[in-house]
Design a protein around this ligand. Sequence first.
Ligand code: PEP
Ligand code: CO
Length: 395
Amino acid sequence: MNDSLAVAGAPAPAVWDLLPAEQQPRWSAHPDLPGVRRALQDAPALTTAADVRTLRRQLAEVALGRARLLQSGDCAEDIRERGPAHTAAKAELLAGLADRMALRTGRPVVRVGRMGGQFAKPRSSPTETHDGVDLPVFRGHLVNSPEPHPAARRHDPNRMLQAYEASAAVLRALDDRRTDAYGPWASHEALVMDYESPQVRRDPETGAPYLASTHFPWIGERTRQLGLAHVEFLASLANPVACKIGPSASAEQVVRLCRVLDPDRLPGRLTLILRTGVRTPASAVTPVVEAVQRAGHPVVWLSDPLHGNTVQTSTGLKTRRLADAVGEAVAFRRVLEQQGLHPGGLHLETAAADVTECLGGPVADEHALSGRYESLCDPRLNPAQARELIDAVFS
Ligand code: PEP
Ligand code: CO
C-alpha cells in the first residue's frame, strides 16, 4: 500500500518540498534520485505509529517533571556498525547511563539513542583542504564517504538506500531490546529532505502523518530557520520533535519556533536542546527559558553540553573538555530550577568503546587523544567520561 504523503505523483507536493532547505546534498541532477525517492516511499515503515505515540506519552511525563530523558550516541553513525554486537554495545551503554541518571534523580529515565538513522551531518564549511587539495567535506554515510579523495566525497543518492537498510537493522535490534516502557527509542537529525520526506506515513489509527524513519527526529542549529523546509517539515509531523538552540537564538526567535512546532502547547510534543557553550552566561540563557515558559509551551528542556564546546588542539584535532561540558550542564540545571522548571535531561555524543576523543577523566592530556580517536565527525565522550558527567550534573 502506498500511503505516504509528499511524493512525485501525488496530487500536490507537500509545502516543505517547495521551500528552500539548508545543508542539502548536491545531487538534484543525479539520474538515480527519482528512483531512490520512490523506493524509499514504497519501503516498509521503519517505526510504527503506535511506538511513536508511546514515546510521545513518555516525553509528556518528562515535560511534567515525572521522568527524565537521556538522548545519546554517535555524532555520525557508521553505516558498517549495523550488526547486532554494535547495536547491543551502544544500547547497553545508553541503558547503563540512564540507570545511573535514574538512581541520582529518583525518576525513571526515557532512553533515546542517536541511532538507527544518524547518517547525515550538517557542516559549517562545504569544503576542506587535504594535502593542499580542496575536497567537499564528509556529510555522513547517507551522502558521501569520509576518505579524503574526490571520488569518495561525491554525493550519491543511492547511499540513501544503504542508510535505510542499515537503519532497518539497527531499529530491529532496538525493537527486540525494548522490554520496558522507557526505550530504547531511536532518534536522528532529520536533515536530508530527499531521505526523510518520502518516509512520511499515515498513522492508521489517527490518520495523522508521522515520520517512519525514526521515532524522534530533531533539527539542528543550522536548519532551524523559520519558514524554511526543515521547520515546516517537523511542524507537519505527529512525532515528538526536537530542535537544537545555540547561543545566537533570541528569546523571540525561540518562542516563534515553539509556536510553529508546538501550536497546541502539548507536553511531550517539543523538546528544546540547549547547546549554548559554557562561555554563554546564564544571564543570556535565562530570557530564552523565561520567554518559552511565559508563552505557555510545556517543552522538555535538554542540555547538549558538547556542541557549544568544541575546540581544536595545537595539531588541529577537534576535541572537547569534560570540565566544560560539566560546567554548561550544571549551569543549565541551575537556570531551569531557578525558573521553577525541570531540567529534562541530557543530549550527549558518546561511544561505547574507550575512545580518546574528549579531554578529561581517563584522557589526561592532548597527547592521550592520539590513542584511540575514531569518530567520523565530532569527538564523543567515552563511557567513563559520560558517567563522570552524569555524576557531576546530578549530584
Ligand atoms: C549534532 O548534533 O551532531 C549537531 C551537528 O548539532 P548542532 O546542530 O547542535 O550543531
Ligand atoms: Co555532533
